[in-house]
Design a binder for this molecule. Structure first.
Ligand SMILES: Nc1ncnc2c1ncn2[C@@H]1O[C@H](COP(=O)(O)OP(=O)(O)OP(=O)(O)O)[C@@H](O)[C@H]1O
Length: 303
């Protein structure tokens, strides 16, 4: 478990993390989302003792990270994959980490195999591609078989096979009861990986919500009928909000699919299609963070 209480981090006149209180529970994958600059990396750095909070506390497994003995055995992290000596080989880098945390040498070969770097384990990491560097970062995070994992954009630069591997790995680790906090800007990937979401905007907590709840909140029913106007009136009388879509279907909020079917039946209206529509995570996320984006691209041709 990771626990943040009133966590605040200020850099000069910029509040990077603003009074953040949240608990990251074990046994599930928690997706850590937010626009660029919203404070995700800074939060993870505070948890890992790499940045000192201006106010509040960040604890992991009940204590500040710095108080953990042999921390790699308790907490694995991928936060800054470039923070390693470019002249070292992957094997040497991992062996040094293993030694300083009292881990057996055989674990090094195991994680190298696990992340798919066996063919380049004795190459200097300075020559690694972005994806190879990410795999090495994952190897370091997994070395001590930790109870808690913090991964900052682990799929950044990975090929489709690598992305799929990370998804399966994270789900497996959560199923074993570990705490998994993972940030990513790839919403479709998050939708398939995370059970729970913590969303930041300008350093503040915007949402701490189960994935199903966030997606379900914007669920609607789509229905087609040759007597759409009649059906729309009947649905509105039943308390639904009804919108006519461009293709002639009705989009209904406020009633579940069974209710919509019952209303149609009672009104004697034929139904040609009836579907429950769940918003994508991308749509739900953009609706949630729309006002919190600091860095927004302009549209070509517009000032
Ligand atoms: N060492 C630092 N010195 C000064 N400002 C910093 C420092 N680290 C982060 N910041 C600022 O804190 C804010 C939060 O940055 P952070 O990297 O935590 O965001 P993020 O959510 O991880 O962003 P991204 O999605 O782009 O990785 C940003 O405005 C950033 O410029």
């Amino acid at each position: 478990m990771i626990e943040l209480v009133g966590l605040t981090k200020v850099f000069g006149d910029r509040v990077a993390v603003d009074d953040l209180t949240v608990r990251i529970e074990p046994g599930r994958v928690t997706g850590f989302l937010g626009p660029n600059g919203s404070g995700k990396t800074t939060t993870m750095r505070c948890v890992l003792g790499l940045a000192r909070p201006t106010a509040g506390t960040a604890t992991v497994l009940g204590v500040p990270y710095r108080r953990l003995d042999r921390p790699l055995r308790r907490v694995g992290a991928l936060v800054d994959p470039r923070a390693r000596h470019p002249g070292r080989t992957a094997h040497a880098h991992l062996l040094a980490l293993a030694r300083s945390n009292g881990l057996p040498r055989r674990r090094v070969a195991e994680v190298i195999d696990l992340v798919g770097l066996a063919a380049v384990a004795y190459d200097r990491v300075g020559g690694y591609s972005l994806g190879m560097g990410q795999r090495l970062g994952m190897a370091g995070a997994l070395l001590g078989e930790p109870e808690v994992l913090l991964l900052d954009e682990p799929v950044n630069g990975l090929d489709p096979e690598g992305i799929r591997w990370v998804r399966g790995l994270l789900r497996g680790l959560a199923a074993e009861g570990r705490t998994v906090l993972v940030s990513s800007h790839l919403m479709s990937e998050m939708e398939d990986t995370a059970d729970h979401l913590v969303v930041l905007g300008r350093g503040r907590l915007l949402a701490d919500v189960p994935m199903a709840e966030l997606l379900g909140a914007s669920a609607a029913v789509r229905v087609r009928s040759p007597a759409a106007p009649l059906l729309a009136s009947a649905l509105r009388r039943a308390g639904a909000a009804v919108v006519l879509e461009l293709d002639g279907a009705l989009r209904i909020e406020g009633l579940d699919p069974a209710d919509v079917g019952d209303v149609a039946h009672a009104a004697g209206v034929p139904v040609h299609e009836l579907t429950r529509v769940v918003a994508s995570l991308e749509a739900a996320y953009l609706a949630l963070t729309g006002g919190e984006v600091e860095y927004r691209a302009g549209l070509p041709g517009l000032p």
